[in-house]
Design a binder for this molecule. Sequence first.
Ligand code: FE2
Ligand code: FE2
Length: 479
Amino acid sequence: MDQNASHKYQSYKGLPPLAGLAAFEEASRPGLGIEAAVDRLKRFHYVFRRLHEIFNARITAEPIYELKSGFSHHSYLCTEHVTALRTRVGEMREPPLGLEVVPHPMLALVFDEILAAPTTLELLVGLYETVLPALEASLRRYQSDTNPLTDAPSRRVCRFALLEVADMIAFGQKCIECLITEADRTKIQPWVDRLNLALQQAGGLGGEEPAADAGSVEATYSKTPYVYDRIPKRDERFVDLYNQGVNPEAFLYDPAFPARAKTLMMLFKRLREIDVPEMMASIIHETPDKPWDYYAAMTRQLWDEARHAMMGEVGFVANGVDWTVARITHNWSLRLNTECTPIERHAVLYFIEQGLMAKTGKRYEWEVGVASGDPLMATIQDFDWADEVLHAAIGREWYIPAIGNWKDALDYGDKCWTRITSNWTEVRDTGLTQHDNWWPSIYRQACQTWGIEADPEVLAYQTSYEAQRADLKTVTGSA
Ligand SMILES: [Fe+2]
Ligand SMILES: [Fe+2]
């Protein structure tokens, strides 16, 4: 309509028109056609997918716990946007979807380079200062280039993506401020410049500008193909990584011990769960060619497990306990990642998690949380339990069919787990740990916060993992 016409037109009694989507003037601009819109959305899909790949691949060997947790979160956020974009593209006259097509070789190069970044510094700058800001700009550009009425469903998808992309950038920028010096920055700038040039030659991240036919930026770090590092690493707050000196499950299930002391063992178990993202990331990375929903479900679970670890951290902090005194070991992820195949790892995970659905599992932990009188513990265990119910369902959906039937899948899990339990003597004899008993120190700290005298019997607890595995048949396993 012409300008005059749009000025004269009024909605009924001045009500917000167009379902609140836009003013007439904006809705009267033609904007992108379906083909152009789909091209850009497919690029966003590709970008989120590659970001997911990188975040996931770098969880295990990233030593810094806060980054490990952050990558776990961000890998999950990326899967959510991948899923939303896949759905949306599927609504736009698009079968065959062509979602696996690489949109431009220079775009691929950017992600290959960041995936292979040799240090955390380059990784952070590549992700949070280069690609994610470019993604944010391209999403914004999409919002203004497309018609707010005709393409309202895509605008909605992009709007949610923008919210979380901004969160990711804010997190990453703070990390960069804390970790990167000006000298670091100068050193890596030529590489960052090459990434930006590659983005430019790709026609911008969203393909908004004309692209070079092939592009001329050469690979730096991805010249030789990226090799995934499945060895879990930890920062310096995590010491004595092979310690199996305290068996928290035997304490937790002993009716003689008080609920409040048991909450500390539960917090230890929660925080120790940081080994689950370390392990699950390896399954996800090393299991190719599954349907997208597999990666989305597994990544959701990975993120939950990182949250469980942070719940443990929060609980210790709230109780005035220095958790670094406990031994947050990497036994489980290290052994699974180095001694088992991806499907064997998944088998162990499922075996442990379905066991948690029994009466003595997650319900019991929640009951202990409630009985302890600490409302935070009740909250933590309530949500932990709900998450584990979801994880058992994810296992039923994706692990069991990979083996066949429920019984075989369970037996296989048990068998795989038996193979990797109990290296207690070996790690002691090879000098990797003395299995120090860290319990009295943790318990004493909490008693001080609680303003109570340490109970001598609780203090004297010294059952290690020497004789028992942790499911009582017994479970050292995290989940
Ligand atoms: Fe968990
Ligand atoms: Fe779990």
